[in-house]
Design a protein around this ligand. Structure first.
Ligand code: SAH
Length: 450
């Protein structure tokens, strides 16, 4: 029997969904934060449930051959990167292995999984940063949350963010300290500045700064603009977002432009996109291009096809597809995203893409009854995967190919199995590393009609 507060030696054999090491003690599965496959660890059991437990590292008895010194000194404390202490190639390999094993275990799909496409330089890749703000001993601090808590770690440089964030944080500290601007306290719900959010165009180097405030009144606006424009190269936009609710959700409903417009421009490949404070945009611009090109490649378009892009967001994949297809129809539940998608089509002079707002599980069956069909279907659903109504309708529409973009191998496996049982075959599986040093894995799959 595994018991709490006992010391054990454990060999880590795998990596869990959140990047924790996984091993076994007396038949129990034990999750160890910070452990990586190949490690032999001395651990203390913290939590013991009926058939699994969690443990804390007391000592690394023998380090895994994949263990490296993380570039970031906060890697072990910060909740942002879970596997930065693992060699990058080993990260890519283990992500591929996880996709393969999940497809086999949940979907009973035995297929070749291509090596994960990684980044040449897996640092400074994020185009969006969200810093909570706090005060410690009278000084403003910015950073990220400590693992599993809401304690802020003061971070002046994050290795996976765009480097310009350093100047943005400096500017923000200067504004708060020089003008004695108050900072929000989660407990008392008093104080003004809640979050600092930045968005950076990787191609254009345009920068947007968003101040999320608890209340509308923002003091010393002119001075604020002066500080930021002096310090931050490429600054195109400062916006205030008001969030006075007691919630973990960062953004509130109202957004006011303070400097420039609520907009920056960036490119994925040669397609141009308008990005606003709240709009969704893939966070890794370079790998997004790799992912979309793969999806486009799998779609094998010759210019005569009608294509559906289901769960299209702001229409990014749709526009990639539109240039090679006869027509693309994008479907998405969030109305603001569909407005962005239409705008993005316009600024790229793309006229063969149409966008519809609504739940895919309602819109797609309605299309079918109206006789609107697709030759190729692309889906890119949220973590919970596709609703069965969507898959059922795809099968009825009988497209030649289905391209599935997924951020969750478990629901991907379930959905591929559904399609596989109904006339489709999994042809190729390609994991793409969109989030180096974290446990997330993105996959694009080609299915063809048998
Ligand atoms: N393909 C886009 C966005 C993918 S994220 C891109 O690459 O940028 C998944 C999208 O599905 C989100 O935009 C989310 O708003 C949308 N979504 C979630 N549930 C949905 C549903 N039931 N019907 C339609 N869209 C949905």
């Amino acid at each position: 029997m595994l018991e709490k507060n006992n010391i054990h030696t454990i060999k880590i054999e795998d990596l869990g969904h959140s990047g924790e090491g996984v091993g076994r003690i007396e038949g129990f599965t034990v999750f160890v934060e910070g452990g990586i496959p190949g490690d032999t660890l001395k651990i203390k059991t913290i939590n013991v449930k009926k058939n699994y437990g969690t443990g804390k590292i007391i000592e690394i008895v023998e380090p895994s051959e994949y263990r490296t010194n993380p570039l970031c000194s906060l890697a072990n404390i910060c909740g942002g990167c879970q596997i930065m202490h693992m060699d990058y190639q080993a990260q890519l390999d283990i992500k591929g292995k996880r996709v393969k094993e999940t497809l086999e275990r949940i979907g009973k799909i035995h297929t070749n999984v291509l090596p994960t496409l990684g980044m040449e330089n897996p640092y400074e890749y994020r185009n969006k940063a969200q810093f909570p703000v706090g005060i410690v001993k009278g000084a403003a601090i910015f950073g990220f949350y400590k693992k599993g808590t809401h304690d802020i770690i003061d971070t002046d440089y994050c290795h996976i963010q765009a480097p310009i964030n350093k100047e943005v944080v400096e500017a923000m500290k200067e504004y708060i300290m020089d003008y004695k601007v108050s900072v929000y306290d989660e407990k008392t719900r008093k104080g003004l500045i809640r979050h600092l959010v930045t968005k950076v165009g990787f191609t254009t180097e345009e920068v947007m700064v968003v101040l999320v405030t608890n209340g509308k009144e923002l003091p010393y606006k002119e001075e604020l603009v002066k500080i930021f424009t002096k310090k931050v190269k490429g600054l195109k936009s400062i916006v205030q977002n008001i969030n006075d609710r007691n919630t973990n959700i960062i953004f509130g409903r109202e957004t006011i432009a303070i400097f420039g417009e609520n907009k920056i421009v960036d490119y994925i490949g040669d397609l141009k996109f308008h990005i606003s404070a709240q709009s969704f945009f893939q966070v890794n611009s370079l790998q997004t291009k790799v992912l979309y090109e793969k999806a486009l490649d799998y779609a094998e378009l010759k210019g005569v096809e009608s294509v559906f892009d289901i769960y299209c967001g702001i229409g990014t994949i749709s526009l990639f597809l539109a240039r090679k297809a006869k027509k693309v129809i994008g479907v998405e539940a969030v109305e603001a995203a569909i407005e962005d998608a239409k705008e993005n089509a316009k600024i790229n002079n793309i006229h063969n893409a149409e966008f519809y707002v609504g739940k895919a599980e309602e819109v797609i069956p309605r299309f079918y009854t109206e006789g609107i069909k697709a030759d190729v279907v692309v889906v890119d659903p949220p973590r919970k995967g596709c609703e069965e109504e969507v898959l059922e309708t795809i099968v009825k529409m009988d497209p030649q190919r289905v391209v599935y973009v997924s951020c969750n191998p478990a629901t991907l496996a379930r959905d591929l199995a559904y399609l596989q049982e109904r006339g489709y075959e999994t042809m190729e599986v390609q994991p793409v590393d969109m989030f180096p040093h974290t446990a997330h894995v993105e996959t694009v799959v080609l299915m063809s009609r048998k």
